[in-house]
Structure formats: structure tokens, C-alpha cells
Design a protein around this ligand. Sequence first.
Ligand code: GAL
Length: 977
Amino acid sequence: MSTTDPTPDLVAALVDDLASTAPARGTLPPRAHLRTDAPAQVLDGTWRLRTWPSPRHVRDDGWQRPDAALDPDAWDDVQVPGHWVLQGHGAPAYSNLQYPFPVDPPHPPDENVVADHRLELVADDALLTHPTLVRFEGVEGAATVWLNGVELGTLRGSRLTHELPTTGVLRPGRNVLAVRVAQWSAVSYLEDQDMWWLPGVFRSVTLLARPAGGVRDVFVHAGYDHEDGSGTLRVDVALEDGAVAPARVSVPGLGLQGVAADVVHHLPAVRPWSDEDPHLYDATVSTPTETVTLRLGFRTVRVEDATLLLNGRPVLLRGVNRHEYHPRHGRSVTDEDTRAELLQMRRANLNAVRTSHYPPAASFLDLADELGLLVVLENDLETHGFELVGWRRNPSDDPAWRDAVLDRVRRTVERDKNHPAVLMWSLGNEAGTGANLEAAGRWTAARDPERLVHYEGDRASTYVDVHSRMYATTDEVAAIGAEPPGGATDAERHRAALPFVLCEYAHAMGNGPGGLTEYQELFEAHPRLAGGFVWEWVEHTLAVDGPDGTTRWLYGGDFGEVVHDGSFVVDGLVHADRTPGPALADLAAVVAPVRLDLDEDLGALTVRNLRHTRTTDDLEVVWSADVPGHEQPAVLDVPAVGAGAATTVPLRLPDAVRDASVTVRARTRHDLPWAPAGHDVAVVQRVAAPAPVRVDGPLVAPSVDDAVRLGPLVLDRATGMPTALGALALHDVAVGLWRAPTDNDRGVGWDEPDLPPVADRWAAARLDDLRSRLVGLHVGTDAVVVRTRVAPPVLDAGLDCTWRWTSDGTGVALELTVDPTGPWPCDWARLGLDLRLDGATRDVRWTGFGPGPQYPDTGQGARWGTYTADRDDYAVRTVRPQEHGARVVDEATVTLAAGPALHVQGARVALTVRPWDRRTVATTAHDHDLPPATATHVSLDAARSGVGTASCGQGVLPRYRLRPSHQVLRVVLTALP
Ligand code: GAL
């Protein structure tokens, strides 16, 4: 850092500037992000960087001028786009709503790194024959920009495009572009999103020629009339100065060639754009000096009878909240990565994205148009930290910030207004409410009446077109869905006439979210409910190389932050590197736009088409069964089902499959942009009943010497607990009620705000510390029966346990019966058998549900089959260790790295296998902090609690809780050499 003597005037001016609530200075009015044939020069690449510890330290050394004599020691290379804190200068910091500095608006703290970015460039000749500007698409922090020592202006709005004129300043030969960015400023109060603070020039910087008379701005209005299939097109065009001829519009696909802009063209037949058929028409807007290229989508967004309509049909948003994120580059993302993400979403049956909580890179919208994602495009505005000080001096309601708030929403709307994908403008997130937001809402509605205005924080829904909530419980959503029209006041009537969206729900943090199905059932039952957006798409862990060369996934507090929110930033359906967590498959199954139902006797199949417009003619329905000798998968003769309709067809499967497990899939017939032919959209199974759980051969007699022996089983006479199964030593065999708390177990459920998290309730009941007392050990002629009382210390609640063991000499069958006694102060996490084997696991092979785990309220995407997973995949490792990975099995083989294996037979028993005991899992902060795998911990559960989504949202729904109750676990255990 440079720390030479500061220049007082400069310091004073900078300090003042950083505390200004005004929007950017010197920028051009916002306009659409257009593809143009006008010359452009992208300035991304290696720039030079130096930092000052604070604005109070800056010194005038003329660094912005081409002739400056720079101190070579003060400057380093920096990649633009990029965040300097991810390039060795300072550190990232994570906080959710807390401002990591005093709430002293509009002043930033003095401790405030100022980073000078400098680029020497030679402007392309092609640019220099025109007026020019420089465009910044994203600079986090408050920036001042100079070209050749001339101040061009400031940037105020980190994820918003700013353009500054450079005409007359940009010159032939060498130029110097200088960008001074302060991490903190008045702007920071408006940008308090739950994410890393990552200052830097993190999106592209481009010099653009602006030909005289060229196309300055375009606003496409392309409507669709679903009654007669016609379209209307009006392209409003604003020209640069010096125009000699008006703009002309061409849409070859519609036979429009050089037609007038600014007038309505009626088109008798257009193919509409929608998520189900994202049809785009290539178009150009030309003047004699410039041509811009657009892709038009004809579609109409409206609300009728409190129902959200796309092209006249009720549309359901199957959405996710998406932050832009890369684990090594922060919010600097490439188009390739974004495309891969959106393809991944589409493959998971998702059709909608809320761009939480700021406009994404401009190219995101091109991809959303192309791939058919419905977008709630959110403004870069959040003041959530004011909630912690009672919303005092919230910028959303302070006239001093009005221009800044309006400037932000304008930049948001203007940049992306031509994209059919955008259905709604969102005024921001968690910014309280107030006159400035209301003004932003009114401005947006007037500027773009063809879309809806969204803002969840307008609790009275007075200046929005949709009623929006986050994390509302299923009970609340059901009540909203059933709310009748009307109301006592104008405001109530207005609100009752609005469709409802859950702009955030189902917090995908750690193991979970549980309860997706219940939300979806409501969305599908009530036309008023337009669906929602799961929180959130991607986890924001930062990848850092550990000393051993492996990648470590870090979260809040790991960079020495004093104010931080820990792992609350690790809450996505996909990990930071975009490998999916199990919840993505569950969500895909739950939101599938086509539903299959199979009669229990396999007599008939019902296909329900939940799409708004498309028939199912793009899908083929196939069946398969776990019975050899049939052509599989075999195509079923199912007629195309119309949108919103259902059909039931007889199945007529061969007799040989009557008792087998049968799978029916609706899969894509043809290659799609996001999936090859054969991609499953919906799957249903009829799973055969499990085999009886018992040993096969005649029972053998037990014997007693220093231990009790029954076939391969050895029981300790003192405890009654098994110590060996053949060659396998069994350790710590015990009844378990506890699990290593998940993120959701640690949260306060929004449905039970007055109760502590379930993890705390379990801790108070000491579920993690059960003690066993031998009550009786009876050695019969062909069985050993052990009775134990298992109970936590301190309390008088307990479990009466009866362990009945039998064996055919090869395997041992256990029937473990558990009855609770006494008052149990809380529900249980699980009821099962725990044991430890020596040595690490190699893999687990199972017949049951997979490949992902299942808890009572998750695992909707798991399918019956036979699977193998290695140790880590089976355990389902999460960034912050917690209970995970249980598969519901009928049969499984846990093979140790050293060779021997434990074979388990059961009937829908939940099997957890991992290298660590639960206490270790529960007390370790990061996956990479877990000790090396030297043992195999196995749990076989008869019953479990669901996981819910209380890390942010409702807890475990009553039907998925595990009340203290009579339980029986039946398994057959065999040691394999
Ligand atoms: C919401 C917020 C999100 C995120 C989420 C919890 O309140 O809008 O940004 O913080 O909660 O992860």
C-alpha cells in the first residue's frame, strides 16, 4: 500500500465525494445494452493496481496522466475484470445484513481501501473517427474515472452499467485510463446484499464508438394476442446527434424489411416466445451510420383474476434465485459458465430466475431469452442493515437518497428492457419501504407498463403488481392462495387482485430443503399462486488451495473478518463449482411440468401436462422393469396430452413384471438446446414390496463361554452388546436418537418462532449422550434376547430396548424393539442402531433409493435401483459438516478399503455410512477440518425426522417429525470376507 504524505485538497474532495448520496456524475443517460456494428474496443486484460489504506492517505502524483512518473514499487498487475481482494490485495469479507462498519449514513468508515486501477492503451483507429464513450458494466465500490488526466465522472451503482463520454479526450496514440475505486462509500448503504463484499472492476470495460446519427437506444414492444395468434411490434428508437435519416427496422423472419420505427406494425401471425418455446426473431435497427442487432420475442405478460398470465395462459414460476458467482473469481463470471448454469437449470425442469439481488451481466439476458427462462430482474438495491437499527434513517425513505434510488432502477430497466425473458422488474431486496421505493415503483410502471413491478418489501403491496413474500410457511401460502377477491379498503382490494409469488422459499442450506412437495402442491392447487424461487442456486464459498494442494471451501470468518455471518452464505442447490447437491434432483422431480401416476396394480398410467401451452408431443413415455427378458425401455403408446389436461391409458404390461419394480419415464424425443434426446422430464415408479427380513437357513443354537456366541455373532456378556460379526470387529454398538445437526436443525423455524432450534432441544434432552444399562440377557435354544434400558443422563426419560438375535450360521437377524418411557421433552432426530467398523470404507453398494439421499421430507428425486457410491459420495459431504447421506435401502454392502464387507438386509431401512462419529461431524467447522478417514461409522435407522428448512423458513412439518414412539428395526447382518 502507498502511504506517502497525503494531499489535503484531494483528500477532502474524495472524502466528501464518498459521502455523497447523489448518483453518478458525468455519465450518459442509461440505455439498452445493444449489439452494434459500431467499432468497439474491449479493455479487459492486465491493468496496473496500487492501493491506499484509506481515502485519508491519497496523494496527488498525477497518476491519472500519461506523463506521470510512477513509483514502480507501488504498482502490481491486476486482472480486469476482477476483484482486487481475490488477487492478493486485502481480503474478501462476508456479511448478511450487518454492515461491517458503523451505521453512520452517508459516511463510510475511514478504514476504507482505495484502489487505483490504471491502463495504458492505444485506441483503435476505427474508434477515433467517431464520438466515443467508455462503458463500465460493473465496478464494485465508488469509482472516479479519468482519461488522460481529465476527470470523466464517477460510477455509483456496483452492478449497474455506466457510460461516460470520451469524445475529444480519447486521442490517437497512448492514452491512460485511470479508475480510482474506494471500497466503502455512501453507495455501500444501498448495496447491503447477503453476499461477499468484493470490490473491484469485476465486469468488462469497453470503449465504444457512437457514430453520428447512430442508434442510441431502442425499446422494443413486441406483443402477442393469444386469441388470434397475431403480434404487434413497435420499436422505439432514439438516435445520436447528427441524424440525417430515421431508423429502419427489419425482421426477415416476419417479412419486415426496412419498416419504420416508432410505429405499431400489426402482424397477422407470429410465433410467440415463452419458456416452453423460446422462439426469437432476428431483427436489425439501422441508420445510415449504425446497425444494431436484436432478437425479438413476442409475448404478453398480464394479470387477470389475480392470476399471472403469459400469452393469456396462467404460468407457474419454477424458479431459483441466482447470484452471479465463481468460487475463484467472485462475481466475475464468464458467458460460458453462465450458459452452463442455465442449461443445468433447464435440465432440472426450472423455468425461472430471480436475479438476486442485482442485474446480472448483460449477456445473461441473451441466454435467458434463448433458453426460455422467465426472469424477475432485480435492481441493485438493498439496505437491510438498517433493520438492525430499527430502520432509522433508511435511505429508502430519506429524500437525500431519492435520486440515487431512482437512478438505480432506471439503469436497471433501461439496460434490459428489450428482453422478452424479463417478466417483472424488482425494485430491490430487503430495503424496507418508503417514498423513494414508491417513486421507483411508479417510475418503473410508467416507463414499462408491459411488465410487472415486484418488490417483496412493499408489505402493503401498494406500488407493486404482484404480492410477494419470502419464506412464508405453507399454512400462510395456503391461506393466501384461498384468499377471496375484494377487501375493506382500496389497498386490500388491490392486493387481493394480485398474483402471489414466493420470491424466496426452501432455503437450500446443507441437508435439505425439506418440504418442497408441500409448496408445489399449493402452487398447483391455487391459480393465484404463481410459484416461486428457491433460495438459492449456487453456494458462495471461496475456493482456496490448502497446503496439501487440495481445494478448501471457505466462508464468512475465514478471512479474518470481525463482523461476519459464517456459513450462511453456503446455501445453494449447486456447490460453488456447480456440482449439484442432492436437492437439485429433488427439486427437478417436484417441479416437473409433466406428472406421471401409476396405478398400484399397474393397470393404468395417468399423464398430467402442467404446462401452460405446449402439448406433450415432444416427450415419449417409456417403461422398464427390473426383470430380464423384455425389450427395455419399451415405448408406451400415450397420445399427446394438451396443456393443462390429463390422460389415463391402460398399461398392459407383461405378466412377468406384475410383481417387479416398474419405472415409467417421460423423456425428450429430440435433442434440445439444454438436453439430448432421452432426457427424463418426469419419472414414476411402482416399487415391489421388500423381501421378508430374516435369515435363510435353519436357526443355529447360541452358546456361552467368555462371551455369548450365535453363528458369526459375538456378544459381550457384561453389556449384552455385539462385539464381532465373523471377522468384523463391531465397536460402540448402541441405540441412537441423535443426528449431527443440519443447518436446518440449527435454525429457528418460522412456524415456531418462540421455540429454540431443534438442535438445541436435542442438546437439552441430551440425545447425543445416551447411556445403556443391561436389564437381561436370555440365551434361548435358537435366539439370544437382550434387554437394555437406554437413557440420557439428568433426565428420567428412557427407552426400553429388546434385542432379539437369531442366526442361520451365516447371517444374524436382529429385531430391535424400542419403547419410550417417561416424558421425553422433545421429538427425536432418529431411532436406529449405530456401530463402528475398523478401517475406512471403500464403497457402498445398495439396492434401494438413490443415487441421492432421502429423509422423510426430501429425496423426491431418488429412484429405486441398485447403486454404488464411493465413501465420499455416499456420505454426501457438505462444506460445513452435518448429518447427511442416508439412503433408504432393502439391501446394502458396505465394503471396507481393506476388503471385508458388512452386508445388510432390511426393509426400507435408512443406512448412513461415514468415516466420522456424529460428535466429530457436529463440532467440525469445515469439511477440510475433518480428521483423516480411519473408521467406518454405520447407522441403520427405523425412523427419522424430516429436515425442514428452518435455516431460513419453516421447520419440519408435523407429519415428518419423529415423536417418541414404539419402533422396531429389523435387519439381517452378514460379514463378507
Ligand atoms: C433473505 C435474503 C437473501 C438471503 C436469504 C437467506 O432474507 O433476501 O439475500 O439472505 O434471506 O439466505
